[in-house]
Design a protein around this ligand. Structure first.
Ligand code: NAD
Length: 424
């Protein structure tokens, strides 16, 4: 039973508590910790959009830049009714660590609009995106801050964003956003990159934990861009994906689901519950049931704050691979650690998206494009190296993987801050 009186831990509290615990471990200067515990720059915009029925609706959007010591800032744009400033702050902070842990030359940022993108028309969505892009363009640019897709946004929205910014500058600026369609300067492999990275990392983690991925049982919460690709690639590697879910609930078959079929249907816009065979070859389960199934590998790939301390005490997996950002609360993480469950942290596990976003940006700046094979092999090399670096750091310091990843990332960020010095 959940405690009705306890305030749920916010993503920002989780992010700050993760930072502070590792800063203490590293004996970091108090001023540096204070600087890193909050974003460098925050922009809140309220802007009007003409709706299809002729009325005007005011939307609220954000763009938050956490730290730019290692390069221009980078991070996704989220469209969701749950978007708020604290959530964007947390996501921006995680982006700083994520870029540092895989050693790509970016700082962290995040943005979003508080909106349910499915509740407005396509034309309204385009006008809203264009106006939001114009509003935040004062702090965006290919050498300053480069947005990308996140929950509720996609390549089409990135295309509108890029076009709006380009119109304002009088020439095409493909490098202002990543995750664009290939026809507009996007990279091959970008759509699948996050899920592909999660699959590479899961395979490495299985080797370390002596779990045979072939035949291992897997449950994936969230069957969106990240979750569906992860589930598909793991199934292709011989894992048995027994449960997947979306916001309406999940499906479970202990003998394994036909992921290819569900993947193909999702591409056509289908929801899991609308499948013609719904209820025939699987049982319906809730998202909470999914998190507590007896499986080898649990992959939260939906939203933050899913594995709370209550859920963590009931989880029955050997390993959690965090494909979503911040799916485990700090309290949940403590319980998982006490129970000896191996957790591959988000800033490492889901970094594949930003790695290929980096490749896209490099290709745009050079106007020279790579084949998908090259994208995927470079991605694999970066992910496998990052995993091994983090795992070695964790072993050396006798800490968990999350702390290992934070130590690797924080050292890189703090070293860059020290070398740059304090202006003026
Ligand atoms: P998406 O919008 O494509 O998919 C999200 C999925 O989660 C959908 O299936 C949705 O139905 C489901 N969902 C929503 N609320 C849920 C709930 N309460 N319980 C269970 N499922 C729920 O988003 P995405 O791009 O796949 O992102 C998923 C996660 O991965 C997010 O945390 C995002 O920040 C993170 N992430 C995404 C990328 C990327 O490249 N897209 C990169 C890194 C991290």
């Amino acid at each position: 039973m959940t405690n009705q009186l306890a305030q749920p831990e916010s993503a920002y509290e989780t992010a700050q508590s993760q930072l502070r615990s590792v800063a203490m471990m590293l004996d970091l200067d108090a001023g540096v910790t204070e600087l890193l515990a909050s974003p460098k720059r925050e922009l809140t915009v309220r802007f009007p959009v003409r709706m299809d029925d002729g009325t005007t609706r005011v939307f609220t959007g954000y763009r938050v830049q956490h730290n730019e010591a290692r390069g221009p800032v980078k991070g996704g744009l989220r469209y969701s009714p749950l978007v708020n400033l604290d959530e964007v702050r947390a996501l921006a902070m995680w982006m700083t660590w994520k870029c540092a842990v895989v050693n790509i030359p970016y700082g962290g940022a995040k943005g979003g609009v508080t909106v349910d993108p499915r509740a407005i028309s396509e034309a309204e969505l385009e006008r809203m995106t264009r106006r939001y892009a114009a509003e935040i363009s004062i702090i965006i640019g290919p050498e300053k801050d480069i947005p990308a897709p996140d929950v509720g946004t996609d390549g089409r929205i990135m295309g509108w964003f890029m076009d709006t910014y380009s119109m304002m500058h009088g020439h095409s600026v493909p490098g202002v956003v990543t995750g664009k369609p290939v026809e507009l300067g996007g990279s091959f492999g970008r759509i699948e990159a996050t899920g592909r990275g999660v699959a590479y990392i899961t395979a490495e983690a299985c080797k370390r934990q002596r779990i045979n991925l072939r035949g291992a049982t897997v449950a994936v919460q969230g069957f969106g861009n990240v979750g569906s690709v992860t589930a598909r690639l793991l199934a292709q590697s011989g894992a048995k994906v027994v449960a997947v879910s979306d916001s309406r609930g999940g499906i479970y078959n202990p003998n394994g689901l036909d992921i290819e079929d569900h993947y193909a249907r999702r591409k056509e816009g289908g929801l899991l519950g609308d499948h013609p065979n719904h209820g025939v070859d699987h049982d319906d389960i809730t998202n909470e049931d999914l998190l507590t199934l007896p499986v080898d590998i649990l992959i939260p790939a939906a939203l933050e704050g899913q594995i709370t301390d209550q859920i963590a005490s009931r989880v029955r997996c050997k390993m959690v691979v965090e494909a979503a950002n911040g799916p485990t609360t700090a309290a949940g993480d403590t319980v998982l650690a006490e129970r000896g469950i191996y957790v591959v942290p988000d800033i490492l596990a889901n970094a594949g998206g930003v790695v290929v976003s980096y490749f896209e940006w490099v290709q745009d700046l050079q106007s020279f494009f790579w084949e998908e094979k090259e994208v995927n092999s470079r991605l694999e090399r970066i992910m496998v190296n990052a995993f091994n670096e983090v795992a070695s750091m964790a072993e050396q310091r006798i800490v968990r993987l999350r702390q290992g990843a934070y130590i690797v990332a924080l050292k890189r960020v703090v070293d860059a801050m020290k070398m740059r010095g304090i202006y003026p």
